[in-house]
Ligand binder design. Structure first.
Ligand SMILES: N[C@@H](CCC(=O)N[C@@H](CS)C(=O)NCC(=O)O)C(=O)O
Length: 202
């Protein structure tokens, strides 16, 4: 049984979405976290090394950091094929886009948010406009990040773009707008949001 250490309306919400897509057995463990306004506190039961969410425990095996959790869960629950497996041709792109999410896209958003220049040649990421061009290029080859097959990478990218869809930080793109519509229309997305407060799962 997977336990998802969760705080509502946070980066852990999308892992309810992924677990629903996977039809995996799971339970939510609501934890407290530190807020940007100085409120809140680390929950001693949360195994994440910084008390952040998401983290999961698979009967005691702890996984933290969003791309690692996505990869672990799609390998662990392959039934609905939400992540290419070792030996499949899409495995390389899958690993690349999962890593790109956390190594390039999130830092690019943060640099933009903080109005900080991204030093070419030293930073491991690129300005948000450049990162979004790469993502849009990928999404013009197919309906999803890996082509025409929805994967856990779309759970990361789609929910992020949905969150920033009204933000002036996001470059305007009809490709992204259509992509976000496809992601949020999924039944598992609605189920995840219905369960986000932790009340509906034992
Ligand atoms: N790199 C982490 C980021 C996790 C993260 O920062 N989560 C936020 C909630 S959206 C959090 O737990 N913040 C509380 C804190 O920073 O102590 C991941 O992608 O899993």
């Amino acid at each position: 049984m997977i336990t998802l250490f969760h705080y509502p309306k946070s980066r852990s919400t999308r892992f309810i979405f992924l677990l629903e897509e996977l039809e995996a057995p799971y339970q939510l463990k609501l934890v407290t976290t530190r807020g940007s306004d100085g409120t809140g506190a680390v929950d001693a039961t949360n195994p994440h090394p910084h008390g952040k969410v998401p983290a999961i425990s698979d009967d005691g095996i702890v996984v933290f950091e969003s791309p690692a959790i996505a990869l672990y869960l799609t390998d662990r629950f392959p039934k609905n094929h939400l992540g290419p497996l070792v030996g499949e041709p899409e495995r390389g792109p899958y690993l690349s886009w999962l890593s790109y999410y956390t190594g390039v896209l999130e830092p690019a958003f943060m640099s933009k948010f903080m109005n900080t220049a991204v030093p070419r040649g030293t930073a491991g990421w690129v300005p948000l406009e450049e990162a979004m061009t790469a993502v849009i290029n990928a999404l013009t080859q197919g309906r999803y990040i890996l082509g025409d097959h929805f994967s856990a990478a779309d759970v990361l990218y789609g929910t992020t773009f949905a969150m920033f869809s009204q933000s002036p930080m996001m470059p305007k793109s009809t490709v992204i707008d259509a992509y976000v519509k496809r992601i949020v229309a999924r039944a598992a997305f609605a189920r995840a949001h219905a369960r986000d407060d932790g009340s509906a799962v034992a």
